[in-house]
Design a protein around this ligand. Structure first.
Ligand code: ADP
Length: 591
């Protein structure tokens, strides 16, 4: 995909603050002009002394003018900076909101495929990196470029030979600079790569510290860590070494404007073309060219870091968007039908993970998906929740293709309870209420009771008002899942998809989770991704999936009789049961 220019992307968020940006540039220009006035004042004062016409009144007048010019410079620079900061924050706000909006509109699967770390780093850190250069660029870059330009023009106006003389060293300085910058882009790209690598090694080291210690890998992991840090240092040193000669040469030559102006100025003075006051002014102006030019070069690095930050944001901005149906769909019932569904995560047919799936789940029925790991169970479930669109075929709910159901309506129709039970940073009560923001207090409590949450919530010191973060540390995985189930019970969607938990298998928890799931699925179309076959013995249909194809569909008894793969799965399950002390009793009774 062709990447849009980063500056264009950034400026596309500037429309609400265009006026302010233009005003900021104008103020910067006025500030630069104000900065010239003291030079003029000094020139006049010098001239008066040399001509011996200086008097108190004229001296005070030019001092006042100079001071006024200086104040204008400071004041307008300040206004320009304020306006540019406001503009920068408006642009960043637009960028962040657009990134968040795109994350909402992109297929959920695409978003989940990204690591939380990278999304957070893009929205928070990288976008923040854009702020300082963006806010300072208008006032500083415009004055740092305008000032030398104005000086050169002034020198040309005073005497064209002085103008030329002030420029002689610039080409000499530019030659080493250009040679140093030739490889800048590729070096910067390599620098960013090295930087990302060292960051990821650091994150891996810190996140994995538990495993590192448990397996006594401290020394080898530490070596990897120090190796990455050292190689990053070596890389940056090598880059620095490869450029320092040319850059130092450039920075040594650039400030030497007097090299040209001094001899030429003296010659012009001697032949009488220039008076002493003009000569002094020319020297002062020539000296004023360099500092702003040097400052302007600093923006080169900052512009690059902005480019990389915006590029990162662009990766999110260019995520595909799920097509949204324009109007609410009339669902005939809550049947789910998969018709000839094929799916590939990459879009290439060679990578297809589901092949020609036909499956009907009537309203109110209980369907279980079983099969070896990697067979496509989760993929089927996620496609029904439209995490992605199918590659071929169609999925219908109540006779309507998912793509014709608005996302909000689909979200209201389907509850997806997974093993990752994300708790938001609010109280446990509010976490449950997320299932239905309009629910009354009593309804929230009833859902929590049905999901077997009440006893453990009441055990907590702050009870229902315990913040999820604080509670998170005290809750077991099973208890967290029960909160997610309570949320889904409150939501009361007619279709429930459940990714059965594998991890929380202590008998008490298991029993409670099963009872809460029974409550959740009462009268609903239920689809369970089953990991323990004893929990789905009562299913209306068990779908055996292997390598993306349906091997068989039937009730438990039928499959035990005729499906070798199911027999095998059952055998290993029963085998496991013999040595597992944590197996649950019963299973989901679907009413
Ligand atoms: P199951 O739930 O039966 O274990 P999955 O539906 O998770 O199987 O996986 C089916 C296939 O799809 C596997 O080959 C897996 O590697 C692949 N897969 C699963 N999730 C993704 C994803 N987010 N991106 C790319 N491939 C995936």
């Amino acid at each position: 995909m062709k990447q849009e220019s980063w500056l264009k992307t950034l400026l596309s968020f500037a429309s609400p603050c265009k006026g302010k940006m233009v005003l900021s540039v104008l103020c910067a220009v006025i500030s630069v002009i104000g900065g010239f006035v003291p030079y003029l004042g000094i020139y006049e004062v010098l001239r008066m002394f040399i001509d011996e016409t200086a008097g108190w009144y004229s001296l005070l007048f030019w001092c006042g003018i100079s001071l006024g010019g200086y104040l204008v410079k400071i004041a307008f620079y300040g206004i320009s900076t304020v306006l540019s900061h406001v503009s920068a924050y408006t642009i960043l706000e637009g960028l962040r909101l657009k990134v968040a909006d795109r994350l909402m509109r992109a297929p959920l699967g695409e978003v989940l495929n990204k690591s939380i770390g990278s999304v957070k780093s893009t929205i928070v850190d990288r976008v923040e990196d854009v702020e300082p250069p963006l806010a300072h660029m208008i006032p500083e870059l415009s004055s740092n470029l305008l000032l030398p330009l104005g000086v050169v023009v002034a020198l040309f106006v005073m005497d064209w030979r002085m103008g030329l003389a002030s420029l002689v060293t610039i080409p000499a300085a530019l030659i080493p600079m250009i040679s140093g910058l030739k490889t800048y882009n590729s070096q910067y790209a390599a620098y960013m790569k090295a930087n990302n690598r060292v960051n990821s090694v650091i994150v891996e080291y810190v996140e994995g510290i538990e495993v590192v210690k448990a397996f006594n890998q401290a020394s080898s992991s530490y070596e990897k860590f120090t190796g990455a840090v050292r190689s990053f240092k070596e890389f940056t040193m090598a880059w620095f070494e490869s450029t320092w000669k040319s850059m130092n040469l450039c920075f040594a030559i650039l400030p030497t404007t007097l090299l040209g102006t001094l001899p030429v100025g003296v010659a012009l003075y001697l032949d009488g073309s220039m008076g002493p006051a003009e000569l002094a002014l020319c020297f002062m102006l020539a000296l004023g060219i360099v500092t702003p030019l040097l400052k302007a070069t600093q923006f080169l690095n900052e512009a690059k870091s902005m480019e990389y930050a915006v590029r990162d944001a662009n990766h999110i901005l260019q995520l595909p968007e799920l097509k949204e149906a324009p109007k609410p769909a009339q669902l005939e019932n809550n049947d789910i039908v998969l018709q000839d569904v094929s799916f590939s995560y990459t879009g290439n047919s060679e990578d297809e993970v589901l092949h020609h799936i036909h499956l009907a789940m009537p309203e109110g029925s209980f369907t279980a998906l079983v099969g070896p790991s990697g067979g496509g169970k989760s993929t089927v479930a996620r496609l029904i929740a439209r995490f992605w669109d199918v590659t071929n075929g169609s999925i219908k709910i109540g006779g309507v293709d998912l793509r014709d159901i608005p996302l909000k309506q689909l979200a209201d129709t389907v509850s997806f309870v997974t093993q990752d039970n994300f708790l938001f940073d609010c109280s446990l009560k509010e976490n449950i209420r997320l299932g239905n923001p309009h629910a009354t207090e009593e309804q929230v409590f009833a859902a929590a009771r049905a999901a077997q949450c009440e006893d453990f919530i009441c055990r907590l010191e702050k009870g229902w008002d315990t913040p999820a973060g604080e509670a998170g540390k005290q809750l077991s995985g099973g208890e967290r899942q029960r909160i997610a189930i309570a949320r889904a019970i409150l939501k009361d969607a007619p279709i429930v998809i459940l990714d059965e938990a594998t991890a929380f298998t202590d008998p008490e928890n298991e029993d409670k989770i099963q009872r809460s799931i029974m409550e959740l699925s009462r009268g609903k179309t239920l689809l369970v991704i089953a990991h323990r076959l004893s929990t789905i013995q009562n299913a209306d249909q068990i779908v055996v999936l292997k390598k993306g194809t349906i091997v068989d569909i039937g009730k438990q008894d039928e499959l035990l009789q005729r499906c070798p793969l199911y027999q095998q799965l059952w055998q290993s399950h029963v085998g496991a049961k013999h040595w597992s002390v944590t197996e649950a009793k019963g299973g989901y009774a679907h009413v």
